[in-house]
Design a protein. Structure first.
Length: 386
């Protein structure tokens, strides 16, 4: 069942259909509850406004990945299809390690996820779960069987990510290491044939400042062909700083910039996010219980001013972003979530100049191990799936 809530002065309506009402004004936000049991939504808008969605279902320790799509003028999502061929091969526990989504040219979908304790093949060590990747079949009706992309860089902990550019390249990125967080590195495998084959894994964090073990990592490719990777470092196990890796040569080389400092002698299990407009890429992350974000010029790579979500932080986590066709930005985050604890979804909309529009919104009853996925409709309105 779907449940929706209109905000910003529009009447509330709760319904049982999967169809969604058409928004009348740009800037409106509709909050939509996923079907019972669906967690950790990921949404990507690709060519011609088609929306692609991944969700997790099943046992949080060993569940499944499901895919659906929706055309730009369609009210309903397609009937979901299962991505993983190995039952129970994905994981939602911890909220950081679940399935990630990218869409390449001609709408080919790429999914990646940390393998569960049931997933195979496994590496030689006790904690050597696979990093599983699956791509959509040529006919678009299903997914090829998942493959482990790790050659030797095992010991996954925090989440992996996937990016796809407009020329058919696919980048799968993760962090791993066996001798402590300060020795963990960021690894990448790259495909030049839409995920049919991948080259060997390579290290891309040249400064070698470690990686926060249970923190997430997020990658994306923009329309200029630049690759952006956000991760949290772990120098001396206490400098948990937010780092940005950028490649302007299709993943051949990466440069590293520090976006924010956080000194804490513990793993905060934080995550990152990014979204793209015509001119820029917006990125967001958590620091000290507050959500911070900034914008990156796609042409120059210049990083803008660091801002914080409105209001007092403290228990804010799991940010997500999306732009609409007018350049307005919707930032979402969670409040009150924790280990085996649900919470609320909160959000703020910004105009194309970066000024907030209206006040921040909030909606409770976020399930355990889940978060929100914002998306934009053709008419400029926003939707938040949770």
């Amino acid at each position: 069942m779907w449940r929706s809530l209109w905000v910003w002065g529009v009447a509330i309506g709760l319904g049982g259909a999967e169809g969604l009402a058409t928004a009348q004004t740009a800037g409106q936000v509709e909050v939509v509850r996923l079907p019972a049991g669906d967690l950790q939504p990921q949404v990507v808008i690709a060519g011609h406004g088609v929306q692609h969605r991944l969700t997790f279902r099943g046992d949080p320790a060993a569940g499944d990945v499901w895919y659906a799509r929706r055309g730009p003028d369609e009210a309903d999502w397609s009937q979901p299809i299962q991505v993983n061929h190995q039952a129970g091969s994905s994981i939602a526990t911890g909220t950081i390690r679940g399935p990630q989504l990218a869409v390449g040219p001609r709408g080919r979908v790429h999914a990646v996820w940390n393998g569960s304790s049931q997933a195979t093949p496994r590496g030689p060590g006790k904690y050597d779960a696979p990093l599983l990747y699956a791509r959509m079949t040529d006919d678009g009706r299903g997914f090829e069987a998942e493959r482990d992309l790790i050659g030797s860089a095992y010991v996954l902990d925090g989440g992996s990510s996937v990016a796809a550019d407009h020329d058919g390249r696919v980048f799968v990125i993760w962090h791993a290491g066996t001798t402590g967080e300060e020795q963990r590195r960021v690894w990448m495998v790259r495909s030049t044939d839409e995920g049919r084959t991948f080259g060997p894994e390579v290290v891309i964090d040249s400064k070698a400042e470690g990686a926060c073990g249970c923190c997430g990592l997020k990658a994306g490719a923009d329309s200029e062909g630049n690759i952006h990777v956000l991760f949290r470092s772990a120098r001396e196990r206490k400098h948990r700083d937010m780092q940005l890796l950028q490649s302007r040569d299709h993943g051949q080389t990466f440069q590293m910039k520090t976006l924010g400092l956080w000194q804490v002698d513990a793993c905060p299990m934080s995550s990152e996010t990014l979204a793209e407009s015509a001119q820029e890429v917006a990125v967001a992350w958590e620091t000290r219980g507050q959500i911070e974000f900034t914008r990156i010029n796609k042409r120059t790579g210049e990083v803008g001013k660091i801002e914080a979500a409105p209001g007092k932080g403290g228990q804010r986590r799991l940010p997500a972003l999306t732009f609409n066709s007018r350049g307005e930005l919707l930032l979402t985050w969670t409040e009150g979530t924790g280990w085996n604890r649900g919470g609320a979804v909160a959000w703020q909309v910004y105009d194309a100049a970066g000024k907030s529009i209206g006040s921040a919104g909030r909606q409770g009853d976020l399930p355990v191990w889940s978060f929100a996925a914002p998306t934009a409709r053709r008419d400029g309105s926003f939707e938040i799936l949770y």
